[in-house]
Design a protein around this ligand. Structure first.
Ligand code: PSU
Ligand code: MN
Length: 302
C-alpha cells in the first residue's frame, strides 16, 4: 500500500472484504458551501451513504497525509479551518512534501480513491471547460482525470457557469462514458435540462454497474460520468437562474477572478445573487447523488 495513504480502518476492512464503499470529495465542503451548511451537508451525505448500505470515505489531505475516511473531528477541521488549500492533482505532491492541508477536488479525490481501490465517488458537480476557454485555456483537471482513474463519478451534471457543450466534447475525446440516470438529457446541476442530449441513459444502478464492470474488465482505463438530474421538486429551471449565472460571470471577469479561484467565486456569487436558493438546490442534489452512489456501490459489490 502507498506509504502516503491513510485509509481509515473501517474502510480498509470493507475494501478488503469487497464491501461497498463510496468516496466523497472535500473541496465542496471547504470551498463550495459556507459554514455551517457545508458541515451539515457533509455529515448528512455520509449518513445517506450508510443508509444505502455502503461506507462513506470522505477524502482530504491533512498534515500531508492522503486521508481516505475522516473522523468527525477531521471533517469539522475541513469544514472550518481557513488554511484548507483547494487541492487538485498538481497540489498533491506539494502538500505532501510540506505536510500541508488540502481539500480535494473531483480530480484529486478520484486519484486518491483509485489509489485506495474505491470505484464509486459522489459529488455535486464536476469541473469542465469554462466559457471562453478558447482564450483562457481554463479546462478543469477534473476532465483529464476522467481519462486516468478507474472511478465512476456521480454528479448532477455540470454547472452552466461552464460551457457544457464543450465539456461533453472533451469527455468524448477522453473516451469517458457519460450516462444520465433516467433521462436522455444531460442535466445542468441546478436545472434538469442543460439543452444537451446525454450520450447515454440508464434506468437503474444495476445497469450502470454493468457498464462499469464491462469497461474495466475490458481493460479500458479511466472513469465514467454518472449524471443524476436534480429532483424536480428541488430544481431551479435554467430560465430562472441564467441571469444570476451571467451576472456572476461578468463580475468574475471584471474583478479578475481566474484559475483555481474562479469556480469557488462563481459558486459564492450565484448563491448570493439567488439569495441562497442555489445553496438549497445544491444541498438537495448532493443528497440525491449520495442515494444513487450508494446503490451503484452496492450493485458493484453484489
Ligand atoms: N462545481 C460545483 N461545486 C464544486 C466544484 C465544482 O458545483 O464544489 C468544485 C469541485 O471540487 C471541482 C472543482 O472538482 O470545483 C473544479 O474546480 P476547477 O474548475 O478549478 O478545476
Ligand atoms: Mn479551472
Amino acid at each position: 500500500m502507498n506509504q502516503y495513504l491513510d485509509i481509515a480502518p473501517e474502510i480498509a476492512e470493507a475494501l478488503r472484504a469487497g464491501q461497498p464503499v463510496v468516496a466523497l470529495e472535500s473541496t465542496i465542503v471547504a470551498h463550495g458551501m459556507p459554514y455551517p451548511q457545508n458541515l451539515e451537508t457533509a455529515q448528512s451525505v455520509e449518513d445517506i451513504v450508510r443508509d444505502g448500505g455502503a461506507l462513506p470515505a470522505t477524502i482530504a489531505i491533512l498534515d500531508g497525509r492522503l486521508k481516505v475516511g475522516l473522523s468527525p473531528q477531521e471533517l469539522q477541521r475541513v469544514a472550518q479551518s481557513p488554511d484548507m488549500v483547494k487541492a487538485s492533482i498538481r497540489d498533491i505532491p506539494v502538500l505532501v512534501a510540506a505536510h500541508g492541508n488540502g481539500a480535494t477536488t473531483v480530480a484529486s479525490t478520484m486519484r486518491i480513491a483509485a489509489m485506495a481501490g474505491i470505484q464509486v465517488f459522489v459529488t455535486g458537480g464536476i469541473g469542465g471547460v469554462h466559457r471562453g476557454a478558447s482564450k483562457s485555456f481554463d479546462i478543469s483537471a477534473d476532465l483529464e482525470e476522467m481519462a486516468e482513474s478507474n472511478v465512476a463519478v456521480v454528479c448532477a451534471g455540470a454547472k452552466s457557469i461552464l460551457d457544457i457543450g464543450l465539456t461533453l466534447e472533451y469527455l468524448e475525446t477522453a473516451g469517458v462514458p457519460v450516462i444520465t440516470m433516467g433521462s436522455d438529457i444531460f442535466p445542468a446541476f441546478y436545472s434538469r435540462d442543460s439543452g444537451h442530449k446525454s450520450p447515454f441513459t440508464a434506468d437503474s444502478a444495476a445497469e450502470i454497474a454493468a457498464v462499469m464492470r464491462a469497461k474495466w474488465e475490458l481493460g479500458l482505463k479511466g472513469g465514467l460520468v454518472i449524471a443524476n438530474p436534480i429532483p424536480l421538486a428541488d430544481e431551479i429551471p435554467a430560465a430562472e437562474i441564467d441571469r444570476q449565472i451571467q451576472g456572476a460571470l461578468v463580475e468574475a471577469d471584471t474583478t479578475g477572478y481566474r484559475g483555481k479561484a474562479l469556480t469557488p467565486f462563481l459558486l459564492k456569487r450565484v448563491a448570493a445573487l439567488t439569495e441562497g436558493r442555489s445553496l438549497v438546490a445544491n444541498i438537495a442534489l448532493v443528497r440525491n447523488n449520495a442515494r444513487l452512489g450508494a446503490a451503484i456501490a452496492v450493485a458493484m459489490a453484489g
